[in-house]
Write a protein that binds this ligand. Structure first.
Ligand code: NAD
Length: 298
């Protein structure tokens, strides 16, 4: 029976962050201080707090300076604007990430547009969205999760030229930028979404199937073309009564057990795209810092 090769996102991400240690040291030699990443956390959403903690931990491990600005859940939009203004003006801060989602009294688009595009390590500012859309990747800061997803597909398949990439999901933070990046890799790209007709048939035509929906195990085994590369972006917490009363576990948007009997390559959840997102954030922080200070490293 076929058994897909599991793409080890954790190991690949560790390889990337390990390589950043030396680059960070070389950057520090050139500039006199390491790259500095500032993360803004508003409120006490437990998942966001875990993400922010992991980002800070990885940044420090590489040798970056890591700053965290924390505001209470009832902070006003003005409070968030003031923090972002301060970080924009601070020349020692190279990367700014405002952890989403923001509380409802804060206009998310307004905050995203306020972040200096050259410090926008999430790649969500319209200027960076435009650069990505125009194919000016060398000037853009690229959203981390899509960038990590493409790298995992390249690890598995090598050159992606001419392959049919089907992206399920059209969000601004994952689906749309993933489509642009696969296009930049010379894939033929289809974006599918909640209104797509006969999604299983479309998915079955994919050489690379990316699931970024947020619906636990929605993609079934028979949606997968034999030998395809499946990149599961979804992170869903579901009940796990088999682990004991009240226990939960994380699953992706793909039925992993069934899909791995058909696919050629597949990412696990957890341990696939998730760790790559943090590695790409670190890469973006170094890239932003190098551009701001005119540093090139070989
Ligand atoms: P989102 O809710 O903004 O977008 C979901 C997309 O899925 C929408 O475009 C919608 O059209 C599409 N969709 C919804 N129902 C559908 C259906 N029945 N059939 C086809 N398409 C459907 O979500 P998002 O922010 O893009 O995140 C998607 C998933 O990725 C979530 O599980 C999220 O937790 C996860 N995520 C993971 C990482 C990571 O680091 N691994 C980062 C960001 C998001």
């Amino acid at each position: 029976m076929n058994q897909a090769e599991t793409i080890d996102g954790k190991a690949i991400a560790a390889r990337i962050t390990d390589a950043l240690v030396g680059k960070c040291a070389a950057y520090k030699n050139a500039v006199g201080a390491p790259p500095c990443l500032a993360v803004v956390l508003v409120g006490d959403d437990p998942a966001s707090a875990v993400y922010v903690r992991n980002k800070g931990k990885t940044a420090k491990k590489i040798g970056f300076q890591s700053i965290q600005e924390t505001l209470p859940g009832d902070a006003s939009e003005r409070d968030v604007v003031d923090i972002v203004d301060k970080l924009n003006a601070d020349k020692t801060v190279n990367g700014i990430l405002v952890q989403l989602p923001l509380p409802q009294q804060v206009d998310e688009d307004k905050i995203i547009e306020l972040v200096d595009p050259e410090k926008d390590v999430d790649g969500f500012h319209p200027i960076n969205v435009g650069r990505l859309g125009a194919g000016a990747l060398e000037k853009a800061l690229i959203p981390c999760t899509p960038a990590g997803s493409v790298l995992l597909a390249k690890e598995a398949l090598g050159d992606l030229t001419g392959r049919h990439a089907v992206i399920i999901g059209r969000s601004n933070i994952v689906g749309k930028p993933a489509a642009q990046l696969f296009l930049a890799e010379n894939c033929t790209v289809t974006i599918a979404h909640s209104r797509t007709r006969d999604l299983p048939a479309l998915a079955r035509d994919a050489d690379i199937l990316v699931a970024a929906v947020g619906r636990p195990e929605m993609v079934k085994g028979d949606w997968v073309k034999p030998g395809a590369c499946v990149i599961d972006v979804g992170i869903n917490r579901v009940d796990a009564p088999e682990k004991g009363a009240g226990k939960t576990k994380l699953v992706g948007d793909v039925d992993f057990a069934a899909a791995s009997k058909i696919a050629g390559f597949i990412t696990p959840v957890p341990g696939g795209v998730g760790p790559m997102t943090i590695a790409m954030l670190m890469q973006n922080t170094l890239t932003a810092a190098m551009r701001q200070n005119g540093v090139t490293l070989d």
